[in-house]
Ligand binder design. Structure first.
Ligand code: SF4
Ligand code: SF4
Length: 68
């Protein structure tokens, strides 16, 4: 079980974390954007997160923090 949080103002919506997640629970939002105008990554099903941190490792902008 893990918990992911996003520093949403740093996200540029590139989707690399989405592809990296083995549980397929991340997505780039179609509605929520940050102050820079990028649609942001979000977790769709927090219950399924296994805390592997693949998403955080993949993110080029250090947006994601994973707690176990
Ligand atoms: S920690 Fe792992 S399971 Fe959880 S959102 Fe990131 S890549 Fe997916
Ligand atoms: S990899 Fe980082 S910058 Fe790219 S969508 Fe995911 S959280 Fe945002």
């Amino acid at each position: 079980m893990g918990k992911v949080t996003f520093k949403k103002e740093l996200c540029k919506g590139c989707g690399l974390c989405v592809d990296a997640c083995p549980k397929k629970i991340l997505a780039v939002s179609k509605t929520e954007s940050n102050n820079k105008g990028y649609f942001i990554a979000e977790c769709l099903d927090a219950e399924k997160c296994i805390g592997c941190a693949f998403c955080a490792t993949m993110c080029p902008d250090c947006v994601i923090t994973v707690e176990k």
